[in-house]
Design a protein around this ligand. Structure first.
Ligand code: 5GP
Ligand code: SF4
Ligand code: MG
Length: 460
């Protein structure tokens, strides 16, 4: 998911519209904006709907969202939860006013807290675990900020939160900084976003990344930089660098395109193969393919084309839709690949569906050899922090060797980037093993307690 917040700009909804549009790659299922209008008694206005930002909002809708503060959200779902009730921001009645919550991420202990709250009388309106934080805040007799701090201390997981009442905006990142969240300025206003690419779109200036465990409190007195937890172990999600984030974004000041390019270069060093052309699977692997080509001197070619009117394949809930999605999404360029030995760069193999399909597309278009190079280590363990991954039993690398996967995807050869190669590609070699990243889907070392049995589906 993607979140976007504004504090102190007369057109908060307009900025949110463009900001969320820039974050659309983080979720295509639903979009929503909630504003507070300090010129009219701090009233809440909001609109949410299923679909893309440009489908959910038009001029009329935006005009109704008067206000100078806002929180906004784009959502991707996992199976079963694709419904309007779960579209964010979630809005609640709170004391004599309103409470809005927008989240990117997942609360690992949400089911447990939810059960406990339900046993003592809470009635939940959604199946989203974001609602848990609202209930924790609402049930506390303490003042809003203290209640929010204590609620944040109760929850475990990977999350970026924007929480708004009629007079305050809270911005928080989980104690490990798993999900990205950045702060920017536009004139006197503050803006907050899952990724920096949204700042470029609206003409805001990047200030800094919100730190793990940090809690920013914004109200009529300005911004207070506080924290609700110490940084235990910084663990920025590796998949953000590999796949999820847009190439023009920076996370922890590291540019995504440049990091991916270094992954491609490293892959060329670790597992060189002689070929006629290098091609990347659009869009996320183009940067890495350029890096591989630059390192080897093998020309980079546009061997695959993406139909940009199809969504990200993994966003569709069922396997059947996903298979169809892949066919609608990619085509091989026959005149480019015909009679050629092709190195095909992709960012990850999750279930194996996409890779097998693409290898076959290239062969059907006349490629004589297809060598697959993956810019991440084998994806063996599920994510509990809001990246949509299937159960362990569906992760092909958890039950197949590299040779078996190679055979299954019908490639001539297959190599993955090593853990160390990946880490050094992102952050350089300073001796620290993980450079403050979560690599759990590769090395099974989760930064928090996780429960294999628990529902890990992302509700954001
Ligand atoms: P596969 O078909 O092997 O599951 O997916 C391969 C491609 O789609 C990769 O480029 C990968 O980044 C993306 N992908 C597919 N499914 C998922 C998923 O469930 N989670 C994530 N994070 N990426 C996926
Ligand atoms: Fe990211 Fe993988 Fe960690 Fe999940 S387990 S936060 S996908 S690195
Ligand atoms: Mg891909």
């Amino acid at each position: 998911c993607g979140v976007f917040g504004v504090f102190g700009h007369p057109d908060a909804a307009g900025l949110s519209y463009y900001g969320l549009h820039a974050l659309q790659h983080r979720g295509e299922e639903s979009s929503g904006i909630c504003t507070v209008d300090t010129a009219r008694g701090n009233a809440f206005n909001y609109h949410r709907g299923m679909g893309l930002v440009k489908e959910v909002f038009d001029k009329e809708k935006l005009d109704m969202l008067a206000g100078d503060r806002s929180i906004g959200h784009v959502r991707y779902s996992t199976s079963g939860a694709s419904q309007l009730a779960n579209a964010q921001p979630l809005i609640f009645r709170y004391r004599d006013g309103d409470l809005g919550v927008a989240t990117n991420g997942n609360i690992v202990n949400a089911p447990e807290i939810r059960r406990e709250l339900e046993m003592s009388g809470s009635i939940f309106q959604t199946s989203s675990d974001t609602e848990v934080i609202a209930h924790l805040i609402a049930r506390s007799p303490k003042d809003f900020v203290t209640a929010a701090k204590e609620a944040l201390q109760r929850i475990v997981g990977g999350f970026a939160f924007l929480i708004m009442t009629n007079d305050k905006l809270l911005v928080a990142s989980d104690p490990h900084g798993l999900r990205p969240l950045v702060m920017g300025r536009i004139g006197d206003a503050y803006v907050f976003s899952s990724e920096t690419c949204a700042f470029e779109t609206i003409g805001a200036e990047y200030v800094r990344d919100v730190q793990p465990g940090e809690l920013l409190i914004l109200d009529s007195t300005g911004m207070t930089e506080d924290r609700y937890a110490e940084i235990e172990r910084r663990a920025t999600c590796a998949m953000e660098y590999i796949y999820f984030a847009r190439p023009d974004s920076d996370i922890n000041t590291i540019n995504i395109h440049s990091a991916r390019k270094r992954m491609g270069q490293r892959l060329a060093i670790e597992s060189f193969v002689d070929a006629d052309i290098v091609t990347g699977v659009p869009d996320s692997s183009i940067s890495a393919a350029i890096g591989y080509a630059e390192q080897t001197g093998i020309p980079y070619e546009l061997g695959l084309i993406k139909n940009k009117y199809t969504g990200r394949t993994f966003i569709q809930p069922s396997q059947e839709l996903r298979e169809k999605g892949v066919k609608m999404k990619l085509s091989a360029v026959r005149k480019v690949v015909e009679g050629k030995r092709v190195v095909m760069i992709d960012d990850s193999i999750v279930r194996g569906t996409t890779s097998r399909r693409i290898v076959n597309l290239l062969r059907e278009a006349g490629a004589t050899e297809v060598h697959v190079r993956i810019t991440s280590p084998p994806f063996k363990n599920p994510c509990y922090y809001g990246i949509d991954t299937p159960d362990r039993k569906e992760l092909i690398a958890s039950f197949r060797t590299v040779e078996e996967i190679c055979k299954e995807i019908n490639a001539d050869s297959l190599s993955f980037l090593t853990d160390q190669g990946f880490v050094e590609s992102v952050g350089g070699n300073d001796g620290a093993y993980n450079r403050g990243m979560c690599l759990a889907c590769f090395d099974n070392d989760y930064p928090t307690v996780v429960d294999e049995e628990s529902d890990k589906s992302c509700s954001c």
